[in-house]
Design a protein around this ligand. Structure first.
Ligand SMILES: Cc1ncc(COP(=O)(O)O)c(C=O)c1O
Length: 389
């Protein structure tokens, strides 16, 4: 900071320099992000509610009411009649909240070190949970489809099991665990089950919603206690917009803290001061697009994923790891190791990310990516493959 302020013009000149250093989603070159260009309608709402603070909801009664409506809509989307939850900063915070609840419930009846059963495919936010909450991980093996091997679950449940986690849209491969079967096991053993649908939550319900969803992943599965669903991924809301939905009010109430100096006497979030702008943007987008609108958005993304998959599949140098279930394609090529290929693609201006298990290239087909971007990408990929022969 300078002693004297600078002129606005001067400051904004520097701001533009920073801004120009950033990549833009509209370039179509960001192929590894689970976020996307926010819908301008949501952005308008975001700006309108920029000064709101849902940490002090008595001051912002309208925004607080909107949050209730958003939670009801998301709950209903996930087949739950009386949902509770919050709009939070993202999937990480949502997962941490769910795990806090599971731990508090566990501690009501148990004293041993709590154990969390989770797959290797779980997002790294659960690693944060393990260290923050001093929870012992119990890794359930994956089957040859890279999904939770459900047959292994019962043997892993002990008196110290605090919770199990299933994923509806894995970060690396975009695959959906067999939540229905996992839920049956959770219910029969009385174990808290959290489903991380940070990505899949805004995709799966729209895949085939008039003909019943072919993928059971939500509260229709009776053993599911909570679900993460992120508006700032496929919901097209601006960052930060995550969502956490609990089946029972008593679960959310486990997070309740007295807030003496504020307009309401308690909070059930991890953070205190929090923006209402994310809630306003999400409320707006849910109302503006409706089920039909989101169905079209998802359809486009899935069609482009299928198009890309078919093209890659025809390339004899490419091995695809799994037929995409959502909007992620993972692959490797026969003559270049994955890290080198990532760097070479970057030299051509393509930002792809890597999966760890298995170690492969990962493309996330978000709404900012168009067919022409994919066609250009495939040409460059071919050039790179040929150059390395
Ligand atoms: C399945 C899953 N859960 C949680 C997260 C964490 O979300 P965020 O980065 O919004 O905290 C991600 C992020 O990509 C994810 O893919």
């Amino acid at each position: 900071m300078f002693d004297k302020g600078r002129s606005k013009e001067d400051v904004f000149r520097d701001l533009n320099v920073f801004h120009n250093m950033d990549m833009k989603y509209s370039s179509g070159r960001i192929l590894g992000s689970m976020c996307t260009k926010p819908d301008p309608v949501g952005l308008e709402a975001y700006k309108m509610f920029i000064e709101t603070n849902l940490g002090d909801p008595g001051l912002f009664k309208g925004t607080a009411l909107m949050e209730q409506e958003v939670i009801n809509s998301l709950g209903n989307l996930l087949h739950l009649k009386n949902p509770c939850g919050h709009i939070v900063t993202g999937g990480t915070e949502a997962n941490i909240m769910a795990m806090c609840v599971a731990k508090y419930l566990y501690e009501e009846e148990n004293e041993g070190t709590p154990e969390l059963i989770l797959p290797k495919s779980a997002h790294f936010s659960f690693k944060k949970v393990l260290s923050m909450l001093s929870v012992k991980p119990v890794y359930v093996p994956l089957n040859n489809e890279y999904k939770i091997d459900v047959t292994k679950l019962p043997d892993l449940i002990t008196d110290n099991t605090m919770a199990m986690v299933g994923i509806a849209g894995t970060t690396e491969l975009g695959l959906v665990d067999d939540i229905l079967e996992i839920s049956k096991i959770a219910k029969s053993y009385g174990v808290y089950l959290h489903v991380d649908a940070a990505l899949g939550g805004f995709i799966i319900p729209f895949l085939n919603y008039k003909n019943n969803n072919q993928l059971n992943f939500d509260f229709k599965c009776k053993g599911v206690s909570s679900i993460t669903i992120d508006p700032h991924k496929m919901g097209l809301a601006p960052v930060p917009s995550g969502g956490i939905i609990f089946r029972k009010k008593k679960y959310l109430e486990k997070l309740s803290i007295k807030t003496p100096y504020l307009t309401k006497d308690k909070q059930t979030t991890i953070v205190g001061t929090r923006t209402g702008a994310s809630t306003a943007a999400t409320w707006t987008l849910l109302n503006y697009h409706g089920m039909e609108g989101y169905k079209k958005i998802v359809e486009k993304v899935i069609n482009l994923t299928t198009y890309t998959y078919n093209k890659l599949n025809k390339n004899k140098h490419v091995t695809i790891i799994h037929k995409p279930e959502l909007n992620i394609i993972s692959f490797k090529v026969d003559n270049i190791d994955v890290d080198t290929l990532q760097k070479q693609l970057q030299a051509y201006g393509w930002i792809v990310s890597l999966a760890e298990y298995p170690h492969v290239i990962r493309l996330v087909l978000m709404p900012h990516i168009k067919k022409e971007h994919i066609d250009e990408f495939l040409v460059d990929l071919d050039i790179i493959i040929q150059k390395n022969r």
